[in-house]
Design a protein around this ligand. Sequence first.
Ligand code: DAH
Length: 366
Amino acid sequence: MVPREFRLSPLGARVFCVIGGIKMDVLKRLTELKDEARTRLQAASSEEDLEKVRVDFLGREGLLTGILRGIGSLPVEQRADVGSLGNRVKGDVESQLEEARDRVRAGQRDQQLRGEGIDVTAPGRAMPMGRYHPLMQTLDEVLEVFVAMGYAVARGPEVESEWHNFTGLNLPADHPARDMQDSFYVTDELVLRTQTSPIQLRYMQRFAPRLPVRIVGPGRVYRRGDDDVSHSPVFHQCEALLVDRNVTFGHLRGTLMDFARRLFGDEVEVRFRPSYFPFTEPSAEVDVSCTACGGRGCSTCSGSGFLEILGAGMVHPQVLKNGGYDPEEVSGFAFGMGIERLAMLKFGIGDIRYLYENDVRFLQQV
Ligand code: DAH
């Protein structure tokens, strides 16, 4: 900044000031200041540059401020000219400063954005994703089919009374069928449930005498025994129960065919084989045409072309009675299926233990 000693002196019509010992024409000086300010603002590239220009021209000690402040000491007739030009120059410098500030800020923003720029062609970072366990996927599919048919989902305790697990389902203490299932006893009267069938009984007891009863009951069950390719001491079943007036074996058959087709596709064939369960009469085992070979016969179905998927039957009159229903008035059907088995068929899994080891290399495939 030019060192200056500022003084206005009247000389005729023209006004002079002395800057750095040089006498100058004030009006001309104002015009020069305007140009100087413009030149410096155009060259400014940072907020600091701008601030310096502002201080030099408009600050308390600034060049323009000095001239404007000196107006009061000018002869009266000259004040108007100097004042009006001075104020115009001041306004002009202010608006140029504003413009330059916008330009500098836009430039800074551009630069910042360029710095923060992302390379959209860079390879992404892999996000490890959890997934639903194949068993639960299968169970969900089963439940969805039945919920769509109007069934409600019911649950029961895993530590079950002996009565609900066995006796109430028509397996008295000396019944040979009790030997079919080796059980984990918690006390003399409590057992880890060996099947989901007690859910039927508990639901009927709570719901009777209302109709219809229409439930699916999924859950974990426990059996002592081998731990091999097709057996696990803990596994999952899903039970179904329908009780109403005039329910027939035909309804059971239709329901299971519909279920099998929704789960395995329209092409699947469904076969009923006579069987025995103490809580149903008559009882049946239900097979579907082999999902691996389509029914021609392969190692999965041991050449038979069929795979067993569930046990079913018409609810035994005594079980209806135990549930609080009158077997003269109502009838019902029930069935129960193993979820591990369905999952193994659906995903082509050869060993039940894969479902429990939770090896991520296995889980990632399904
Ligand atoms: N609870 C039987 C089992 O664990 C399966 C079963 C068969 C359930 C027939 C039923 C049924 O409800 O009617 O092997």
